[in-house]
Design a protein around this ligand. Structure first.
Ligand code: ZN
Length: 197
């Protein structure tokens, strides 16, 4: 589950679809609910999500802070759900990926990728958006594994660099150091995709 911060300040558009390029930057082309990435070969396949549904809040249809970016499934499951007055009073509401820290509302079990709620808000969101669906469990397990391998590689790279730095001045040392620096750069480029959002 990712958290997002808005940095774009788009002009006011009469059609909410015009905000798509700004949303793609602010949401890093990720689904605001499940964290899945939009496939680069299908740009624009994700939906513009109205956090407060436009059917219930028509005045917010084109208001940028109410627009989020979501994969088609999460967008469909969330649909036009919005908590009623009594639900809100009981603490049931949607987790806001732009305002709420995900770890305060959810946690994931590493053995099966299942997502669990810590709060009423987490429970309400998980159930409405179906965040515990099998596909997302698999996706989370893959992310956990990717993160583990990424950390392992970082440690291995650091240890190798230290050993080479402390070794005698062998003729191949400059070449090895260059290779390791290139590897370190490549790893850094992978970091945003490797670290669990
Ligand atoms: Zn999603």
């Amino acid at each position: 589950m990712a958290n997002f911060r808005r940095r774009q300040q788009p002009p006011v558009f009469p059609d909410y679809r015009s905000y798509r390029p700004y949303l793609q930057i602010d949401f890093r082309r990720q689904c605001c609910y499940c964290g899945m990435h939009e496939a680069p070969e299908h740009p624009g396949s994700f939906a513009i999500e109205h956090f407060r549904p436009k059917e219930k809040f028509p005045n917010l249809e084109c208001v940028y802070p109410n627009l989020y970016y979501a994969c088609p499934r999460c967008n469909r499951f969330k649909w036009n759900h919005w908590p009623s007055g009594p639900e809100l009073e009981g603490g049931s509401r949607f987790w806001d990926p732009c305002a709420d820290v995900s770890a305060q509302h959810f946690y994931c079990t590493f053995i099966d990728g299942a997502i669990h709620a810590r709060t009423k808000c987490g429970e309400y969101t998980r159930d409405r958006v179906r965040l515990d669906r099998p596909f997302l469990r698999t996706l989370r397990l893959r992310r956990i594994e990717r993160q583990r391998r990424f950390r392992e590689l970082c440690v291995l790279l650091r240890q190798t660099k230290e050993r080479i730095a402390n070794s005698a001045n062998a003729p191949e040392k400059p070449l090895l150091e260059r290779v390791l620096n290139e590897l370190a750069k490549a790893l850094e480029e992978l970091r945003p995709r490797a670290v669990f959002p």
